[in-house]
Design a protein around this ligand. Sequence first.
Ligand SMILES: Cc1cc2nc3c(=O)[nH]c(=O)nc-3n(C[C@H](O)[C@H](O)[C@H](O)COP(=O)(O)OP(=O)(O)OC[C@H]3O[C@@H](n4cnc5c(N)ncnc54)[C@H](O)[C@@H]3O)c2cc1C
Length: 395
Amino acid sequence: MDLNLTPQETKFRDELRAWLATNLPKDWDAWREKPLEESFPYLRAWQKKLSQDGWAAVSWPKEYGGRSATLMESAIFWEEMARVEAPPMANSLGLGLIGPTIIAYGTEEQKKRFIPKILSAEEIWCQGFSEPNAGSDLASLQTEARLDGDHYIVNGQKVWTSYGWVGNWCELVVRTDPVAPKHKGLTVLLVDMKSPGVEVRPLRQMTGESEFNEIFFRDVRVPAGNVLGKVNDGWNVAVSTLMYERGSYGARLHLIFTRNITRLIELSRKFLRNGKPASEDPVIRQKLAQCYAEIEIMRLNQMRAFSRITATGVPGPEGSIQKIFWSELNQRVQQLAQEILGPYGQLVAGAGHAVDKGIWSYGYLRTRGNTIEAGTSEVQRNIIGHFVLGLPRSY
Ligand SMILES: Cc1cc2nc3c(=O)[nH]c(=O)nc-3n(C[C@H](O)[C@H](O)[C@H](O)COP(=O)(O)OP(=O)(O)OC[C@H]3O[C@@H](n4cnc5c(N)ncnc54)[C@H](O)[C@@H]3O)c2cc1C
C-alpha cells in the first residue's frame, strides 16, 4: 500500500483542513468532560454542521450524503479530526453501523426516510440486539414479533442498549419464526422508540453514568414496511451491522487514543516516580513507547479494514482483529495512566486535585466494557480462528 498522498488526496485533506479552520468549535474543551447527557445537544449540533457540508459520513456514497471517499480519504478524514481534537459525532451508531446497514439492505423508501436524518443527527439510533439470555449467542434471542395485518406486534426485552435513553429509532432483532432453526427465524425491524408499549429503563454503570439501558416491548405495533431486508433473514442483516461495528470503530477511536497518549506523555514529565519524573523511569518509557507504537499499528489495521470494505463493498471477519486490538489496547493505555498518576489517577471529576477533570479514573472504569461490547474478546477470537484462519469450530 502506497501511503504517500496523491494530488487528489492532498486536495481532499486541504479542503477538510480549510473547513475545520473555519468551523471547528472553539469551546469543546469546556464541554468534553461533562456527562454525555449534558454534552449530547452540543455533539448533535456539531454533527449537523458536519453533515451540512458533507463531512459527517465521508465514506458513504455521494447519493446518500457522503463523499464516496476512498480508503485513503477516509483515513485522512479521521487523522485530521484527531489532529485538531475534534468533538465526536452524536449519532455514532447511526453513522458507523446502522446507516450502512440500511444503505445495504433498505428499500429506496427506507433509505429516503431514514438516511438524511441519521446524517444530520436529527434522529439518533440505538441497536436492540442483546437480551438477558442472548449476548454472545445472539441467535438465541427471544423477543418475538407476530404479524397482525399490516403490523408486527413485538413483545420482549433488550438489554445493554447504548443510547437507548436518547434513541429515536432502534434497529431491533426479533424472532418471527419460533419453530425454524434459531438463526433462520429472525427478522430486523426499524422501530420508532416513541411507539406505545416501549419502555426504556436506565442501567447505572460503575462509571456512575447510565449510558445504556434496558428496553421493554409490550404489544408494540411496528408497520410491516419497517422490516429491514427480508423476513426471517434477520441474521444476515444483524451480522452485517456487527461487522460494520467491528470494522469501522477503530477509525473514530484513533482520535481519542492519539489524544490520550499525547497527554500521557505530557503527564509523565510532571508526575514523579521514585523522586524523578515518570518519563525518566525506564519501565514507564518502555510502556509509553509500546502504547504509542500500538496506536500506530491500530491505524494501519484500520486501513486494512477499510481496504477490505473498499474492495468488496462489505466488511469482513477481519474486523474482529481490529476489535480485539483496540479494546485491549485501550485497557493497556488506561492501566498505564494509572501507573503514571498513582493515587491521583483514582480521583473522579469534581474531586479536588482530580487530573484532567477525572478523565483517567473514568477512562479506566469505562474501558473494562470495551472487551465485552460489540462482541467479547473470546467471541472475536472464535471468529478469527474459524472464519479468518479456517480452523474448526470450537463449539
Ligand atoms: C459498554 C457496552 C455497551 C453495549 N452496547 C450494546 C448495544 O448498544 N446494543 C446491544 O444489543 N448490546 C450491547 N451490549 C451488549 C454486548 O453486546 C454483550 O454484553 C456481549 O455480546 C456479551 O454478551 P453477554 O453480556 O450476554 O455475555 P455472555 O454471552 O453471557 O458471555 C459471558 C462470558 O462467556 C464467554 N463466552 C460466551 N460464549 C463463548 C464462546 N462460544 N466461546 C468462548 N467464550 C464464550 C464470553 O466471552 C464472556 O466472557 C453492550 C455491552 C457493553 C459492555
